[in-house]
Design a protein around this ligand. Sequence first.
Ligand SMILES: Cc1cc2nc3c(=O)[nH]c(=O)nc-3n(C[C@H](O)[C@H](O)[C@H](O)COP(=O)(O)O)c2cc1C
Length: 198
Amino acid sequence: MPSEAPLTLVTMLGSLRRGSYNAAIARSLPELAPPSVTIAALGSVGDFPLYNADLQAEGFPAAVRRVGEEIGAADGLIFVTPEYNYSVPGVLKNAIDWLSRLPEKPFKHKPVLIQSASPGLLGGARAQYHLRQMLVYLDTYAMNVPEVMVNQVASKVDETSGRLTDQASRDFIAGQLKAFVAFIRDMQAFARDRPSRA
Ligand SMILES: Cc1cc2nc3c(=O)[nH]c(=O)nc-3n(C[C@H](O)[C@H](O)[C@H](O)COP(=O)(O)O)c2cc1C
């Protein structure tokens, strides 16, 4: 049955911090995913040089090509990111800029999910809407709802295990992942029916 076909999802993390709360959430996703769904971390955006068209002209860096291929091969992409100054961290924007220049266009028509976390009250909401604006130009299929914005995250993560431990957040994220799987299957059926959109 096509509806039971396994799916592979990949996560792009917007923080380079060793003890990152967002990393703890990304690390917890495989346990929260529906059956037959694999979730793997992409290479670190910290391995990307600062975008420079002159560097691009010499050839895409290996880290960019590798992540581009991994996104291209995945059924869906999940951004897990902090908010910096009401927007996305520069390292994430830099990675998106590089990947957007790949001739294979790894973001095009890719189902995308967004999650953010912050010690503050809004959970990174403002960064999400800046990211969504970029996703329009990249022509992704970004799922709208439910939105996952984990606020006051410091009390919801176990620093020792580096995992999301707050049960309400875990349940909500599990629900979002379930909705994302249904969304991906809908998008895949849409592409099958209209091959020119694939
Ligand atoms: C440069 C900078 C800007 C920040 N701006 C915001 C912000 O606009 N909104 C917010 O909720 N938190 C902001 N923070 C706090 C981050 O949410 C906090 O450092 C968080 O732990 C980062 O995520 P991480 O733990 O995954 O690295 C900022 C932190 C830094 C370093």
